[in-house]
Ligand binder design. Structure first.
Ligand code: NDP
Length: 295
């Protein structure tokens, strides 16, 4: 029997609708959340992401401020823009689209963002707050995965979670979040010995590797919940296709539930960016945070 499909499109539409409902209430009090997105250069994929973020921000009733800077922008000019956005009370969230051109110091830029406005959750202070179990801004992709896991499984306490991938933007924050929800967490990576054996122990398997279909069905524990973060573009049967890190067809035969690629984790990331902007706004104006939209 095939495992259930975790529909990220439907789930993200629900999150965005809940954000929009909350924004309506804020606007009745004269408050409009604002998200500033900074794009440096002309990377086509980044331009698409930034355009989509702008559209969805406005659809949620928030203000979207887009700053497009030329590829030869200096570090000083970028830092000056971040300082200006930090000081602007109409801006509750700031996102600097990555990757930045090579001549710019991404870490310095990310750590210059006011932590309370760091809706990507990449600032070192937010990373530290998350690691010590304190209130923080949480990276959008892991937050989206956590929401889907809680929705599917309820209480995660005591479950064995295996995360394949240890990046700062997905693997590590995902591990921190699942640890906070009392899972027994294993982080696997490129040096892990016998990855198949490690994966087979997982009640929750999160794949964030960036290698097409590296995880076959026979690495999945029967009934496990599988969250596939990977987005890999491959050529197959003369067509360009997007596939995950998990071999979907064989994994679905064994898993209890699984996210597809596309249509799984991907749409949740922007939805969580909107949720984080709303949370940042509520915190900034001293109003209660929305239920179920934070970690
Ligand atoms: P990174 O390249 O930063 O990290 C990849 C991780 O996978 C590393 O920790 C690496 O290990 C590990 N890895 C690589 N090869 C293997 C292997 N053969 N066996 C086990 N582990 C391996 O990637 P990201 O975390 O940024 O992204 C991961 C994937 O998620 C990508 O496909 C990306 O496109 C996608 N993504 C999707 C998002 C979404 O919205 N859905 C958002 C962000 C990312 P080591 O550390 O040892 O090198």
């Amino acid at each position: 029997m095939s495992g259930a499909l975790i529909d990220g499109k439907a789930f993200s539409a629900d999150v965005r609708a809940r954000v929009a409902d909350h924004v309506v209430k804020l606007k009745e009090q004269g408050i409009t959340p604002g998200l500033a997105v900074v794009l440096v250069g002309e990377d086509p994929a980044s331009e698409v992401y930034v355009r989509n973020k702008g559209i969805q921000t406005r659809e949620a009733g928030m203000n979207s401020y887009e700053h497009k800077l030329p590829a030869d922008t200096t570090q000083d000019a970028l830092m000056a823009l971040v300082a200006q956005l930090n000081a602007d009370p109409a801006v509750h969230g700031i996102l600097v689209q990555l990757p930045l051109p090579d001549h710019l110091d991404s870490e310095a830029v990310l750590n210059a963002i006011e932590p309370a406005k760091d809706v990507d959750g990449f600032h070192i202070l937010n990373v530290g707050l998350l690691a010590t179990g304190q209130k923080s801004m949480v990276a959008c992709t892991p937050l989206g995965c956590l929401m889907m896991l809680r929705d599917r499984l309820g209480d995660l306490s005591g479950l064995n979670a295996v995360i394949v991938g240890r990046s700062n933007i997905v693997g590590k924050p995902m591990a921190q979040l699942l640890l906070r929800d009392s899972c027994t967490v294993t982080i696997a990576h490129s040096r892990t010995r016998d990855l198949g054996e490690v994966c087979r122990r997982a009640d929750i398997l999160v794949a964030a590797v960036g290698r097409p279909r590296i995880i076959p069905g026979d690495w999945i524990k029967p009934g496990a919940t599988v969250i596939d973060v990977g987005i890999n573009r491959i050529e197959e049967d003369g067509k360009t296709r997007l596939v995950g890190d998990v071999d979907f067809d064989s994994a679905r035969e064994v898993a209890g539930a699984i996210t597809p690629v596309p249509g799984g984790v991907g749409p949740m990331t922007i939805a969580c960016l909107l949720a984080n902007t709303l949370t940042a706004c509520c915190r900034a104006v001293g109003l209660p945070e929305p239920d179920g939209l934070t970690a």
